[in-house]
Ligand binder design. Sequence first.
Ligand SMILES: CC(=O)SCCNC(=O)CCNC(=O)[C@H](O)C(C)(C)COP(=O)(O)OP(=O)(O)OC[C@H]1O[C@@H](n2cnc3c(N)ncnc32)[C@H](O)[C@@H]1OP(=O)(O)O
Ligand SMILES: O=CC(=O)O
Ligand SMILES: [Mg+2]
Length: 541
Amino acid sequence: MVGFETFLETPSKERKTVVGYDVPEGVDIRGRYDSEFARILTKDALQFVFNLQREFRNHIKYAMECRKEAKMRYNSGALPGFDPATKYVRDGEWVCAAPPPAVADRRVEITGPVERKMVINALNSGAKVFMADFEDALSPSWENLMRGHVNLRDAVNGTISFHDKARNRVYKLNEQTAKLFVRPRGWHLPEAHIFIDGEPATGCLVDFGLYFFHNWSNFRRTQGEGFGPFFYLPKMEHSREARIWNNVFEVAEKMAGIQKGSIRATVLIETLPAVYVKTFQAHPDRLLPDRVQVGMTQHFMRSYSDLLIRTCHRRGVHAMGGMAAQIPIRDDPKANEAALELVRKDKLREVRAGHDGTWAAHPGLIPAIMEVFTNNMANKANQIQYVKREDAANLTEEDLLQIPRGARTMDGLRLNTRVGIQYVAAWLTGTGSVPLYNLMEDAATAEISRVQNWQWLKYGVELDGDGLGVKVTRELFGRVVEEEMGRIEREVGKDKFNRGMYKEACKIFTRQCTAPTLDDFLTLDAYNNIVIHHPIGSSRL
Ligand SMILES: CC(=O)SCCNC(=O)CCNC(=O)[C@H](O)C(C)(C)COP(=O)(O)OP(=O)(O)OC[C@H]1O[C@@H](n2cnc3c(N)ncnc32)[C@H](O)[C@@H]1OP(=O)(O)O
Ligand SMILES: O=CC(=O)O
Ligand SMILES: [Mg+2]
């Protein structure tokens, strides 16, 4: 065990022994002490995180300031477009380093939070890759984060096991497992349990730094066939943010003494200006229809995925598809088959468009998805060299910005509200991905619900899709919230409702939907509710 003892003055002036972490100068750990966590939070690992934080904090601050400036420009009516300053990069003929052989075949990837049983289930699921998530699928409480690191270390070592006492079942890794990718949090999230030079650390540098420090060597031996580690990078909004990650990787490779370019990452396209509703928060002519209608067949969505395939294949890397939110419906075989059919259809669209692989939210979907991709990839590990999609070279900014079509309905408003509140309630109690109404909901899907409600309220839109012609006002929304809270209580039962965090969640969600200016992220404000400083108690940033 690594730790040390310190004496704290309690209000009653008693001296109390508190075990603490052995930290380098400039680092202050405010999260609960645990001897298991101390094996992750070693002095050397913390020194590495400290070095990353010191080296990159100003770059990160600058990048976040630039996000604000871009938001101001969009809010004054500007539209996003291809950056003229980087035209030479887009026009240039260059390719990325070839994909490592260990992950040449990524046809089905499972994603999920870094929870112990799920990590084992995901690695055993038959998927080619498991994306272990510190982001959208995880509520970033101290316990979840630190346990997540313990779980990943044990997974990379190959020693991870879990005893489900209620079912008397022991979980262990199979002979053959999925390859591990890790998704750290987005740049915007702080880690309020680790202070560096008196400031909360950057969440993703903590996630990346601790994982890399403890696992780079074992990973390259057990998982990466000499390459790696591998990452997914979320929610970037500009190439300057990608450059910071690149520099972080280079510092890490130097520290480990491994070749430059060893670390590999797949970048998610999800909140880039031009493909996300938030960019158009001040554009009343660009309102979205009901959330269920903003699917991949909308012109702007199809255009971005076609352009993504063309761009990735031109540069020699995988073009991964996205998540189908359906999950198995156990108690209704007919509904289950209908859900599976939707997944098959969506995956068929992806593989035929040229994607090299795709995401599954649940192990129960893997066989069906695997079959679709295998039957449509002509015995190849991927389609990088075979499907070039040169037709997508002609896609323009207008294609990427085309206003989605569809109706807005009272049902849409109600569903957004019901899902948003239940998701935040789960998140506040430590669960970052939840099954709701037979769909997987996580921070990304709940975010759409919240922003859409905000946008509809802000512009007092008419809900024209159900023929009612009702305008969304604060009064209407207040009534909807009250009625949906009643429905949630009936659905989950009084007991669970009273024990849970539904009322707190309702307050957070309602405030964010009715705020005069849109909060940047649903979970940023909610984060204050899950920060618990020890031994002082709960705290706000
Ligand atoms: C938009 C985005 O950001 S997508 C990426 C982020 N989101 C995600 O990764 C969501 C991942 N999915 C999940 O978390 C889960 O599937 C949920 C929460 C939606 C549903 O989970 P559950 O309610 O536990 O599903 P269910 O009860 O059907 O699970 C059956 C079994 O499958 C396992 N399982 C379900 N989903 C996963 C998963 N993604 N990874 C590993 N195992 C899983 C469960 O642990 C359970 O195992 P057990 O039988 O050994 O106990
Ligand atoms: O992170 C994935 C997403 O779909 O959002
Ligand atoms: Mg996401």
